[in-house]
Ligand binder design. Structure first.
Ligand code: NAP
Length: 505
């Protein structure tokens, strides 16, 4: 698909911003490693001295095969520049001198100009006229075509998506229009930002450095993980839904798998504040399947056409497949995740396993272990919850004090105690670990305090990351119908978690 900005990668625009000329120069160089199209946020530079210094440098570089979009947005248009329309135009004219082919000009500025046109101002030759609504998604015309004869070469509509329905409207605008850059802002808008190019948006933006606002995907991920510029209508779209969703590792896990196995597919994180809003717009996004995380694992059941018996028994679904007829089928791979994570280190049949906690994941683990032949014990702070779960799996509810006196083959922590940012806490004391194996379902951090205590007593350990990976591989296989490329998927997730831990601690 071609646009006024070119084809393929040229439609992926890296946003370079920095407070000083040196910082902006660094960001421009980083952006150019990924894409030939770069937006220069001149308004972010802290003063005119830095703007002059940066533009002097830019002029001296004479970059070939690139296109720079100069932006010097005023506060009134949502930017950082203090000054009037004249100040903005001055810097855009300087940007042309320095070699910028494009400028981004807000409708607010255009309205202030005599005759409402930039004719007579030596701004960059191509004008991207932009409209931002930072609060909501306003009503759009069904179709928008940039007039060939005017002084505007492309039009940008950037609107805050407050619902999945809003994002769908922004995608429709991209699909039906010509020469329009359609941007769904905010975290809810993230999937639409990735899919905008395939729907016909002339450009998609991604910050060069780490995201500066929710819903932004850093340029390297937009290009290499989501491959926004390569997606077509034939690409199979999958999702992961939850609230919050920002920290989900499912997009990294699945997209790494699609790339390794050369699948024309992408998985996007959907921040879902309202389940019906998401389900209503499934076809608009072309979603073929989605992973389900908190708080929807139980709630999704009421909306499914078919639920696997085991998932029904667990009472939770983490994997939904959308049939060709739009029918939704649910299954549970958390269950498989527990077994696959433990399998290399223990024999299930006849073993004694105690689960600490009686919530959703405890239930999946208890059923899985029971069906694999283990005798399951439940220990929870609410005795009634422990008894209920024990009854459901034909197991035994035990009191906390029994952990000190009884012996078990394995102990599983299915509570959130010890999860980041409370990683210094262990749910159980050393003398409560009378077993040969401890598994913590938590994977942030990968090695929890509980696992540290267990290891210091010579007890074998299994991290929740093994369960996360195994449930994800099973999901991947259900949707793709082939074996997941486990090694690159595992490496990507372990690397990301290690990075997280290194930057946090
Ligand atoms: P959940 O349904 O909310 O259940 C949490 C359980 O922990 C409940 O039994 C709760 O008891 C208990 N609990 C909470 N705080 C406690 C405390 N201070 N003392 C004692 N018990 C406490 O949550 P879930 O979905 O089962 O998740 C539990 C953990 O597993 C989370 O850390 C989650 O990240 C992890 N998980 C990991 C994976 C994976 O792939 N590795 C998958 C799913 C979940 P009450 O009912 O009395 O509140």
């Amino acid at each position: 698909m071609s646009s006024p900005f070119g084809k393929g990668l040229a439609r992926l625009c890296g946003v370079a911003a920095g407070q000083t000329a040196a910082e902006l120069r660094r960001r421009v160089r980083l952006a150019l490693r990924e894409t030939p199209t770069v937006e220069l946020r001149l308004d972010w530079l802290k003063n005119d001295k830095e703007r002059h210094a940066f533009l002097r440098w830019l002029k001296a570089q004479r970059f070939a095969g690139t296109q720079f979009i100069a932006t010097c947005r005023r506060r009134v248009g949502g930017g950082e520049l203090t000054g009037d329309a004249g100040t903005e135009l001055f810097w855009l004219m300087q940007a042309r001198e320095a070699g910028c082919a494009w400028c981004d000009l807000e409708v607010e500025t255009l309205r202030e100009l005599p005759g409402k046109t930039v004719h007579g101002y030596a701004v960059p030759r191509k004008v991207l006229l932009s409209m931002h609504d930072f609060r909501k998604t306003p009503p759009f015309p069904r179709r928008f075509v940039v007039p060939a004869s005017g002084s505007t070469n492309a039009f940008k509509a950037a609107a805050m998506a407050r619902s999945i329905g809003d994002s769908a409207r922004i995608l429709r605008l991209a699909r039906n229009s010509r020469g329009i850059v359609a941007i769904a802002m905010g975290e809810i808008g993230l999937p639409a930002r990735v899919l905008a190019l395939r729907e016909g948006s002339a450009l998609a933006y991604a910050p060069v450095a780490s995201a500066t606002a929710p819903g932004q995907i850093p340029l390297p991920d937009m290009k290499n993980l989501y491959r926004a510029h390569e997606l077509t209508r034939a690409t199979c779209v999958y999702g992961v839904i939850g609230d919050p969703i920002g920290h989900s590792l499912s997009p990294l896990l699945h997209n790494t798998g699609y790339i390794a196995a050369k699948k024309d597919a992408v998985l996007l994180p959907f921040l879902v504040e309202n389940l019906k809003d998401f389900l209503r717009n499934l076809t608009e996004f072309g979603v073929r399947g989605f992973a389900v995380t908190l708080p929807y694992k139980e709630r999704i059941l009421a909306h499914l056409d078919h639920v696997e018996p085991l998932a029904k028994k667990i009472g939770a679904v983490n994997t939904v497949t959308v049939g060709g007829n739009g029918k939704l089928s649910g299954s549970n791979t958390d269950y498989l995740g527990v077994l696959r994570a433990l399998e290399p280190k223990m024999k299930f049949r006849g073993s004694r396993v105690v689960i600490f906690g009686a919530g959703g994941s405890a239930r999946a683990a208890a059923l899985a272990l029971k069906l694999a032949g283990a005798h399951v014990f439940i220990c929870a702070r609410r005795p009634e919850a422990a008894r209920q779960l024990a009854r459901a799996v034909d197991g035994e509810a035990i009191q906390r004090s029994a952990l000190r006196t009884q012996k078990f083959d394995a102990l599983l922590n299915a509570t959130p105690i010890g999860m980041y940012p409370h990683e210094k806490v262990s749910p159980l004391a050393a003398n409560e670990l009378n077993c040969s194996l401890v598994m913590d379902l938590i994977y942030r951090p990968m090695r929890t305090k509980l696992l540290g205590v267990a290891a210091s007593r010579g007890i074998a350990c299994v991290s929740g990351v093994d369960m996360f990976l195994a449930q994800g591989f099973a999901q991947w296989e259900r949707w793709m119908g082939s074996k997941a490329p486990e090694s690159p998927m595992r490496n990507a997730v372990l690397r990301a978690l290690k990075n997280e831990e290194n930057t946090r601690w």
